[in-house]
Ligand binder design. Structure first.
Ligand code: CO
Length: 208
């Protein structure tokens, strides 16, 4: 993708939007009111807005390597705080994807330099679910399952935040765990039972 082409694409996009509605950018600049916070992987193939059909203004987005929600990550914590407490989103989606390079790297015994502390969080997910994962003999299947369990644990990390716990009680906020299957393009809802997850973790993580 060349840089000149990007600016040309941008001009085409501006023209297209103005062709549909001359006030498009005037309206857009008046503010945002997204319904959804999407937390996904930085992988260039899993384009958040495009796979969801979300228009500008509809989804607040955080992407990082392997869709992680770490309590020491100021970026993730700030995004969640702002989305939940100020923008009042009603849905938080953590979306992983099969074939995730970050998850794959965390399954290998390899020194990954700067990525070690980041991917160690995925090794922790493995350790938490070691029994289930070690029982899976097929390596591809195990890899896919770790992608799913990582999504589940990052959803749990979302629920551990004070902002989300407060919003859970005061309004209709829902957390969703999804996986994008790059082989088919489909989004899969993992249908995680958050009421149960919540009950299990609240004994320890309850904040107010
Ligand atoms: Co990925």
């Amino acid at each position: 993708m060349n840089i000149d082409q990007i600016f040309k694409n941008n001009q085409d996009w501006v023209n297209e939007k103005l062709g549909l509605d001359p006030n498009y950018f005037k309206n857009l600049s008046e503010g945002q009111n997204p319904e959804v916070l999407y937390i996904g992987c930085s992988d260039s193939r899993v384009t958040a807005e495009e796979i969801m059909g979300a228009k500008p203004g509809e989804a607040f987005i955080l992407r990082n390597i392997a869709n992680m929600v770490s309590n020491l990550d100021l970026s993730a914590m700030s995004v969640i705080n702002y989305a939940v407490s100020h923008l009042k989103v009603n849905h938080i989606i953590v979306c992983g994807h099969y074939g995730c390079g970050g998850v794959k790297a965390a399954m290998q015994s390899q020194d990954l330099g700067l990525l070690n502390p980041w991917l160690r969080n995925i090794r922790d997910v493995y350790r938490l679910h070691k029994q289930e994962l070690n029982a899976i003999k097929d390596e591809d299947e195990k890899y896919r399952r770790l992608v799913e369990l990582n999504v589940q644990e990052q959803c749990v990390n979302v629920i551990k935040t004070a902002d989300v716990q407060i919003a859970y009680r005061s309004r209709n906020l829902t957390v969703h765990g999804w996986v994008m299957d790059m082989g088919t393009g489909k989004l899969i809802d993992l249908k995680i039972d958050f009421d149960k997850v919540l009950k299990d973790i609240m004994e320890i993580y309850h904040l107010d």
